[in-house]
Design a protein around this ligand. Structure first.
Ligand code: HEC
Length: 139
């Protein structure tokens, strides 16, 4: 399937590099990491899906907010924080080269935002789907 990335083998080879690396990273590093993490909890090969990621990003999960509530329905554009009303720069790496380049930022914000939206942390599968969706968006 065109929209699916299935790279557990590559992920296993790369994951030690990613987890051992300093703060700098690329979106692909995160994809490999989420893929390896998801593979650890699944007996079937892991694949990420643009469609699932989009659906996850735009719908609510029992609480008031979705990811799109702050990041906007179109992640190629800037969003606005629901509570503070502060602008948030675009999430799609194609239009914002700083996205998914910092381990610290990505870990911190996934944790915080997932708790706001889902009242729990996101799974590796969910993070991989979201990132795959964001990477599919062209300017
Ligand atoms: C209440 C508002 C709000 C919601 C809801 C929200 N976010 Fe965020 N998000 C932020 C803010 C604020 C930042 C940090 C500012 C920035 O990076 O521009 C951020 C940053 C991020 C980052 C850091 C990316 C990077 O490399 O810089 C990720 C990943 C992220 N959010 C994912 C999500 C996901 C996934 C959801 C849904 C589960 C979500 N966010 C929902 C406000 C929100």
């Amino acid at each position: 399937m065109k929209n699916c990335i299935n790279a557990p083998v590559r992920a296993f080879l790369l994951v030690s590099t990613v987890t051992g690396a300093a703060a700098a990273a690329t979106p692909d590093d995160f994809l490999q990491k989420f893929s390896a993490q998801a593979a650890q909890s699944e007996s079937v090969p892991v694949s990420f899906s643009v469609q699932r990621g989009k659906e996850f990003f735009t719908r609510t999960h029992g609480n008031q907010w979705s990811c799109a509530s702050c990041h906007g329905d179109d992640p190629r554009k800037s969003g606005r924080h629901k509570r503070t009303n502060k602008a948030i720069e675009a999430m799609a790496p194609a239009v914002n080269a700083e996205r998914f380049t910092s381990k610290r930022q990505v870990t911190k914000w996934f944790r915080r935002n997932c708790k706001d939206v889902l009242a729990r942390e996101c799974t590796a599968q969910e993070k991989g789907d979201v990132l795959t969706y964001l990477l599919s968006l062209k300017p």
